[in-house]
Write a protein that binds this ligand. Structure first.
Ligand code: ATP
Length: 352
C-alpha cells in the first residue's frame, strides 16, 4: 500500500528548477532513502511530501487522499519532520519533547510516560531537567528526534539527521530509525548524503541529481549493480576502480590502477568500482596484528577539523580518507606527514 504518491511533481524557485517531474511512491512501513549531492533537491522533495511546501506543478497523494487546501492541515499532522539542524526551544529537554503533546492536549500522565520512553529510545535517560543549550550538538539532535517520536505519527521525515555529529549520536540515531520502523511500523523518508546509511537503513533508495530521479530501486540492487552516476556521486570518499580477480575461495581481490591490491569479501570479477567507508578504516601509528585482510602504510597528507571528529587524508599509494575522533587524534600526536597504518576488513570493502 502506498503512503505517499507523487505524480509529475515539479518545484521552481524563480529560474531554479529544484525538482523536475518527479513521480514515485513511498510504501507504508518502508524506509525510503533519498541520496544526492548538495542542492540536488532532497530537502525540497521532503518538504513537499510532508506538506510543508506546495509543488509548482503535479499531485501529491497522502494515504489515498489527494492533498489540497481543505485537507492539508489534517494530513500534515500525520507526519513529522526532523531537520539537519532542528532549532530547540531554550528550555528543558522535557519541555521540548512534551511541547507537541501539550498542544494536542494529551493528559499529563501520558505526556510524562511518552517523554520518558522517547528519552530511553534515544539513550538520553535522565536528561529531562537538563537545559537544551547545555547539550552537545549530537545530544540536541537526539532530543529533536525524541520530540518527533512522541507524536507517533505515521510518517517520519528526516532531513540529513546525522550530518556532522559525533559517532555515538550517529549510531543512536541510526538505531532509532531502525527501531521505530520495525516496532511501530512508522514509514520513514530519509534524506542523506551518506550512501552507507542509505544502504544499511533504506529498503529502497532513490538517487536524485539536479532535481531528477537518477536511479530508484531496492537499496541492495542500487548498491550492488554498477552505476556510473553512483560512482560519480561527488561526496563519495574512498572510491576506487580496478580489476577484480576471484580467488579459489570465491572472494575477490581488486588490483587498482597503481598496483595496490585490496581484498574484498563479496563481489564479482572484471572491472569494478569499490568503496570503503572512512569510519571502517582503523588508523594506527604501528602495524597492528588483527584478522583484517587489508593493511597499508601511509603518510598523513591533509587534516580536516570537523569539531568532535577529524577527517584525515592519508597517502598510501592512493589517497584514503579516514575519520577518527579529535580525542584519538590528539592522543596519537598526529600531524601532517606522520607515518601511519591503515587497516580494514575485507567485509568493509563494498564492490559495486
Ligand atoms: P543540501 O544537500 O545542500 O541540503 P538539497 O539536495 O536538500 O541540498 P534543496 O535544498 O532541495 O537541495 O535545493 C534544491 C535547489 O533549490 C537548490 O538549487 C537550492 O538553491 C534551491 N532552493 C531551495 N529552496 C529555495 C528557496 N526557498 N528559494 C530559492 N531557491 C531555493
Amino acid at each position: 500500500m502506498e503512503m505517499i504518491t507523487l505524480k509529475d511533481v515539479a518545484k521552481q524557485y524563480g529560474d531554479i528548477k529544484a525538482l523536475k517531474n518527479i513521480s514515485l511512491e513511498v510504501m507504508k512501513g518502508e524506509v525510503f532513502s533519498v541520496i544526492g549531492p548538495n542542492g540536488s533537491g532532497k530537502t525540497t522533495l521532503l518538504r513537499i511530501m510532508a506538506g510543508i511546501e506546495a509543488p509548482t506543478k503535479g499531485t501529491v497523494i497522502f494515504d489515498g487522499e489527494e492533498v489540497d487546501g481543505k485537507n492539508l492541515v489534517k494530513l500534515r499532522r500525520r507526519g513529522t519532520m526532523v531537520f539537519q539542524k532542528t532549532a530547540l526551544f531554550n528550555t528543558t529537554v522535557f519541555g521540548n519533547i512534551a511541547y507537541g503533546l501539550k498542544l494536542r492536549q494529551f493528559p499529563q500522565q501520558e505526556i510524562k510516560e511518552r517523554v520518558i520512553d522517547a528519552l530511553d529510545i534515544v539513550k538520553l535517560h535522565g536528561y529531562e531537567e537538563r537545559l537544551t543549550k547545555s547539550l552537545s550538538g549530537g545530544e540536541q539532535q537526539r532530543v529533536a528526534l525524541a520530540r518527533a517520536l512522541v507524536l507517533e505519527t505515521d510518517v517520519l521525515f528526516l532531513d540529513e539527521p546525522t550530518a556532522n555529529l559525533d559517532p555515538k549520536s550517529v549510531s543512536v540515531i541510526e538505531e532509532t530509525i531502525t527501531w521505530i520502523n520495525r516496532e511501530r511500523n512508522t514509514t520513514v523518508v530519509l534524506a542523506t548524503h551518506n550512501m552507507y546509511q542509505a544502504e544499511t537503513l533504506g529498503n529502497r533508495t532513490m538517487l536524485i541529481i539536479n532535481g531528477e530521479i537518477s536511479q530508484i530501486g531496492q537499496s541492495k540492487e542500487i548498491f550492488t549493480l554498477p552505476s556510473t552516476q553512483l560512482a560519480d556521486f561527488t561526496r563519495v570518499e574512498n572510491i576506487f576502480s580496478g580489476i577484480s580477480t576471484m580467488r579459489v575461495e570465491g572472494t575477490p581481490i581488486v588490483t587498482l590502477d597503481n598496483g595496490l591490491k585490496i581484498e574484498a569479501a563479496h563481489g564479482s570479477g572484471g572491472r569494478v568500482t569499490l568503496f570503503i567507508r572512512p569510519e571502517d578504516i582503523i588508523l594506527s601509528k604501528d602495524r597492528i596484528v588483527s584478522s583484517a585482510r587489508n593493511v597499508f602504510a601511509g603518510q598523513i597528507a591533509g587534516i580536516i577539523d570537523l569539531g568532535p571528529l577529524v577527517k584525515l587524508r592519508v597517502d598510501a599509494g592512493r589517497e584514503f580518507v579516514v575519520q577518527i575522533t579529535k580525542r584519538s587524534f590528539i592522543e596519537m600526536g598526529l600531524n601532517i606527514d606522520s607515518h601511519v597504518f591503515l587497516t580494514f576488513k575485507a567485509s568493509s570493502v563494498h564492490v559495486l
